[in-house]
Each structure stands twice: as C-alpha cells, then as structure tokens.
Ligand binder design. Structure first.
Ligand code: ADP
Length: 252
C-alpha cells in the first residue's frame, strides 16, 4: 500500500492519493460486489495530531452476504461503516456500493442513496422517541418516498413478529424489540444494504438471539446484504463470513 504525498486533493484528503485504478472493462459487464473498499484510507487531522483510522483497506462483500466485522476497539470498524453509508468520505481510495462509486455521486444521488439504498442499525437509539413503532417504520418509508407506506409498515412489523407492538412508543418496547423495529424499517423499504454497528451490544442473550434471527430474515426473505460490526461471538459465528480488521486494514 502506498500513498503519494503532494498529489492533488482537497480538504482532509489533501496530499494523499490512492493507487487504486478503476477497471477498464465496461461497467455493465462487471460483477460488482454489494460493497467494495479499494485501498481506502481515512485520516483524521486535528491540528498537528493525525489519526489513521483506515490504512489501505481492501474489502469486497457480495450481494446477499451477511458478513461480520470484528476487531479491537479503535481498529476502524465504525469508520468503515460511516464510509459505506456515505456519511463520511475517504481521504484516499475508492468505496463502491451497489456497483456505484460513492465519490462520483452528486448531492441528490447521495441523498437518494442514504434514504433508499442503505439502512443503518446502531447499538440503540435507532427510533424517533415520539413516534410509535408503526409510525417509525412509516416515516422511514415516507422519507424514502415509498408508496403504500402504512400497509408496508404493518406487513414488515408482522414479518418480524412485532404486529402487536405497532402502537407502542420506543420507551414501552424492550431493547430487543426496538432493534427489531429498526430492522423491520430497513426491510420495509427494501434497503439492499444494511449496516449494523453492534446491534446486540445492549441486549441480553435471548434478545440477542431474536435480533440475530431478524438479521438472517433480512438476508433470506428481503434479499439484503448485511454487514454487522460486532463483538458478540455468537453473532459473528452466525454470519456467512467474518472479516477481522486490525489497525485500519483487513487482518491477514
Ligand atoms: P472502532 O469502530 O473499531 O472502535 P473507529 O473507526 O471508531 O474504530 O476509530 C478508528 C480510529 O479513528 C480510532 O483511533 C479513533 O479514535 C479514530 N477516530 C474515529 N473517528 C474520529 C474522528 N471523528 N476524529 C478523530 N479521530 C477519530
């Protein structure tokens, strides 16, 4: 992995350029992964201090795969998810999601990507507290400009065993139920890429199992590609594949 100092750039990425080169084939002919990182660097600068969160990360996740991302605290896992969600931009390198280079999307395309293509499930606080479970799912659908939002929200809650919880606000739901509502919202809008950051981090064993079931259902019934950052061994081993991140890159 090599960085060229002094190459053209702007913002935090100034002075860095990845050596990744786009393939020359016709993009329509290429079997793109659901998520691809090519030689990705993310460097945070604060005055003279510099933290290299990702240093030449290469990763490919296939469509409809469920992949666990593990690694020590500070190894770059959350940074990876932020870049995949287009909530952050790499200092160098290429992030490609669903066949599109995120760096080449304009503002409108990025907004559409965030609202429709990708869903994020954090450790907690995924729901609007003033809205019921059903309204949470409906609102996520409306933001994605989906039609028949009410009906689809009801169907998704039913699919995840939450049909009788729809009228309750998050504070009246258990932690596990709240996580499953967030997963149901991702399913309802058919988000093809679902990114989870420690989705069972606050849950007991039983609820961890239920959330894990829901993530599998997202993959199997809704065709999603699921990326799960986790410290939970049970969650990692239930994935199709586990990728270990160390010091900002995939461990050998
Ligand atoms: P993980 O999720 O594996 O714990 P992170 O991706 O959160 O790791 O962080 C990787 C490294 O980048 C850490 O050293 C962290 O302190 C640093 N980092 C993450 N976000 C920022 C930020 N916004 N500003 C400065 N440093 C950051």
């Amino acid at each position: 992995m090599e960085l060229i100092e002094g190459a053209a750039g702007s913002g935090e990425g100034a002075g860095l350029r990845s050596l990744y080169v786009e393939p020359e084939e016709d993009p329509a002919e290429i079997q793109w992964g659901a998520l691809e990182f090519h030689d990705v660097f993310r460097i945070f600068r604060s005055g003279p201090a510099e933290t290299v969160a990702l240093r030449g990360l290469d990763l490919r996740i296939e469509p409809n795969e469920m992949v666990g991302i593990v690694g020590p605290s500070g190894s770059g896992k959350s940074t990876l998810l932020s870049l995949a969600a287009a909530l952050d931009v790499p200092s160098a390198g290429e992030v490609r999601a669903l066949g599109r280079s995120l760096a080449r999307l304009d503002e409108a395309e990025l907004a559409e990507y965030r609202a429709c293509s990708v869903a994020i499930v954090f450790q907690d606080d995924n729901l609007w507290p003033a809205l019921s479970a059903r309204e949470n799912v409906t609102t996520a659908l409306r933001l994605a400009d989906a039609d028949r939002a009410d009906r689809r929200a009801g169907e998704a809650l039913d699919a995840f065993g939450l049909g009788d919880r729809g009228g309750l606000r998050p504070r009246s739901l258990s932690g596990g139920e709240q996580q499953r509502v967030a997963i149901a919202a991702a399913a309802a809008r058919r988000a093809p890429l679902v990114l989870c950051d420690e989705p069972t981090g606050q849950l007991d064993e039983r609820n961890e199992g239920l959330v894990l079931e829901s993530l599998r259902e997202l993959r199997d019934q809704f065709g999603a590609t699921v990326v799960v950052v986790t410290h939970a061994e049970r969650v990692a081993t239930a994935c199709d594949r586990v990728v270990e991140i160390h010091d900002g890159r995939v461990a050998a």
